[in-house]
Design a protein around this ligand. Structure first.
Ligand code: PMV
Length: 309
């Protein structure tokens, strides 16, 4: 990240492939038009993390064992960057919601790492930023696929598959996708939904592997469809992906209702995005995104138009 752009971490939407991506399948993700910006400065008063929009004002106590995920992540970053002994104040402006399925925790980690890099002149490469953020995701999620920190770092649409090294293939999207993002208003920790899917997978591996393979096939079809900017087809793939996510039981009443509303009001495709069981949904709306936004708002959901990609 160039300093002129500030210390930014991008939020993201997964167009196709959440959960299956944890099990080595492909997923397509793109940056969301919301993210996190951070600034670091020296402090006389110990190390502090301030995120007004998330209601966070926390201090790292020396020698204290922190239980909160945010402070644990910050501690990990400072240790990895060899800054544990330097008192710093880190202020964060987050336009991405917390625990909302839009990659907020990875965007935060990337923004904070970049802020520390800029302030302490560490000279980190994007690859190093991404690797440090992945370790924070591991702390928060247990077993992240790595897609969130990758999009949070590079801020562009991509096809992703975990591995050593992961496949990170930039996708060419001719024009931004006319989407609507709807927020269920229910915060969900991705760690919980990922753990629930894991338990279900352990109980019935062959059923879950079949679902993951279906999602993988949808993601692979999505690459060509996206590059051809065929929105009808992309919408159908998103709808098919939502069926598979329902089969994984990671949708919720609120998400299902928002998806129904979006489809009934002109969306050609709609699905949950991210961990699910709350969080956010995305709808592809070639004709009148405003109509879908209004319909969601009338049903008391927060919704916004978003040009994706
Ligand atoms: O809920 P989010 O924004 O953290 O997205 C999670 C995506 C998953 O595929 C469910 C997990 C992962 O690590 O890929």
């Amino acid at each position: 990240m160039k300093e002129a752009e500030g210390a930014v971490g991008y939020g993201k939407v997964i167009l196709i492939g959440e959960h299956a991506v944890v099990y080595g399948r492909h997923a397509i993700a793109a940056p969301a038009p919301m993210g996190v910006r951070a600034r670091a400065e020296d402090s006389k008063d110990g190390t502090e993390l301030i995120i007004p929009r998330w209601g966070v004002e926390q201090r790292l106590g020396p020698g204290t064992k922190h239980s909160g995920a945010l402070l644990q992540s910050l501690e990990l970053i400072l240790k990895r960057l060899e800054l544990a002994d330097r008192p710093l104040r880190i202020r964060v402006d987050a336009s991405v919601p917390r625990a909302g399925g839009l990659g907020g925790s990875a965007a935060l980690a990337v923004a904070v790492i970049r802020a520390l890099d800029a302030h302490c002149a560490l000279g980190l490469t994007d690859r190093e930023v991404c690797a440090h953020a992945y370790e924070c995701e591991r702390l928060a999620h247990g077993m992240p696929s790595g897609i969130d920190n990758t999009v949070a770092t590079y801020g562009r649409p991509l096809l992703y598959r975990r591995g050593e090294p992961p496949l990170i293939e930039p996708l060419h999207v001719a024009k931004p996708l006319p989407m609507v993002i709807g927020l269920s208003g229910v915060e969900r920790l991705t760690a919980r939904t990922v753990a629930r899917v894991r338990e279900a997978w352990q109980r019935d591996k062959s059923r879950h592997e079949r679902i993951f393979d279906e999602i993988d096939a949808l993601a692979m079809q999505g690459v060509a469809v996206l590059e051809a900017w065929d929105l009808q087809q992309l919408g159908q793939l998103m709808n098919a992906c939502q069926c598979q996510l329902q089969a994984l039981r990671v949708s919720s009443c609120e998400l299902d209702e928002m998806i129904e509303i979006a489809r009934a009001n002109g969306a050609v495709g709609a699905k949950l995005t991210g961990g699910g069981d709350g969080g956010a949904m995305i709808a592809l709306c070639p004709d009148d995104p405003g109509n879908v936004v209004r319909a969601l708002q009338q049903a008391n959901y927060q919704a916004m138009e978003a040009s994706i990609g």
